[in-house]
Write a protein that binds this ligand. Sequence first.
Ligand code: HEM
Ligand SMILES: [Cu+2]
Length: 536
Amino acid sequence: MNGVETRTNYLNAEYGLLSWLLTRDHKRIAILYLVSVTIMFAIGGLFAAAVRLELLTPQGDLLAADTYNKMFSMHGIIMVFFFLLPAIPATLGNFLIPMMIGARDLAFPRINLLSWYLYVIGALFTLYAMVTGGVDTGWTFYTPFSTTASNTNVVPTAIGIFINGFSGILTGLNFIVTIHRMRAPGLTWFRLPLFVWAHYATSLIQVLGTPVLAITLVMVALERAFHFGIFDPAYGGDPLLFQHLFWFYSHPAVYIMILPAMGVISELVTCFSRKSIFGYSFVALSSVAIAVLGFLVWAHHMFVTGMSVYAAMIFSFISFGVAIPSAVKVFNWTATLYKGSISYSAPMLYALGFIGLFTIGGLTGLFLATLGVDVHVTDTYFVVAHFHYVMVGGTIMAYLGGLHFWWPKITGRLYPEIWARISAAIVFLGFNLTFFPQFILGYLGMPRRYHVYPDEFQVLNVLSTAGASILGVGYLLPFIYLGWSMRYGALAPANPWGATGLEWETPSPPPTENFETPPVVTRPAYAYDLEEVTVG
Ligand code: HEM
Ligand SMILES: [Cu+2]
């Protein structure tokens, strides 16, 4: 009993702040990220609260117009670049990928630590830009507003995002090399956990796409400082070029946010239905298909910018294509649940919530990809509702589900199941009350990014703000009880869920070197059916 507590693990192997700040252990770096992205999530959440409070009434009574612009911009920038993009890969991915493939660490442990420092420096730059005046361009930095009209801190914010971009590129490179080179004997590609496949595909986008964003931001900065005439027509530039470059990165980037989430959901769905995942290789390869196809559809964000109708039709058509691999996943999860012996533990509640919300988010993406519909709802709350369904209803649900699932492994403590289930229910209800009315608002024509609106939209906005308060409570509860469990939670066994996967074969929390003896893999992933044969 006491043995569990006194055994050396990555948490108690070394003491002191420096042992954390200079660590090369992927597990400790994952914790550093966990703390940092949580802080950023809280800051981004405060900006969201300001926006939602302003929208409680039709008048612009809480915030002045330009303050409101800064609030939603800083909300979007922090949430997208400093929370959604790194949340799952940098915390769960960092912690789990080496363990899931039976390795001691990532291929480049020092580069992993450097990635965290780049994240922190990028975040500090951006926060500095925010406290010294903020930025009002929205997270999309559209030109010519960002290059010529805005007199806010565009350049320092862009520098912060630029630096953070290198954090993502290096993490992606690290994952790719690790997954190629460091798999345990017997761990063939088609025995890899789907979480690893999803991160492999995500890493491809990070490495191939992020440099485009980085260069684009440099061009915005140069244009502001020197009027090179890249985007400014007055000097021979093209403001639409910015949107092409931005969305060439940012459409694939939405998959940097959702693919790791899908990886988490695959793990949860098989574990809590005690069945091997339906169509494993389709789920695995659909991640790669999404990563590749995601680079071909950027112009569906630009249907109303005056491109030719033929170009628009082609981009519309390809956008439908990119929905197919996502639909394959949803279909395969559902088929896995079918006749499964389902347990409704908190992580599974989050997974089921994900499937429902992501389906709504994805299907409304098809509405938007439909030319005629998009022209009607572009830049309305319909778009806001769509991407919140995928990014908040998808990514954050999966992140919370995964955090609960692997919490015993990470901390060596169990969390209180009842509280976790209550919170999952509150998050689900609060989420739908916040964002569903926004579909209707958008359909009725309420534009996004306005702080004053006609009276007839108030009821739906009040519902949305009320929902946001409930959602806030739902997010606050896990902070409290997960924090509590680190000290008072029951000690976790190595494999509290009876799950398959190498990470469950090592003690909770894992020793510094992950495995006492390097594992050898002899089975496919998710051999839940085989498990029963051997046990029974
Ligand atoms: C899978 C995860 C997805 C995420 C994370 C996501 C995210 C987003 C975001 C952030 C925006 C708004 C960009 C802005 O600020 O203007 C957006 C808009 C859009 N999304 Fe998605 N999306 C996803 C899936 C899809 C799918 C599957 C489709 C279509 C097949 C789609 C089609 C669109 C279109 C056409 C727009 C542009 C709407 C407009 O501005 O008029 N999305 N999405
Ligand atoms: Cu897109």
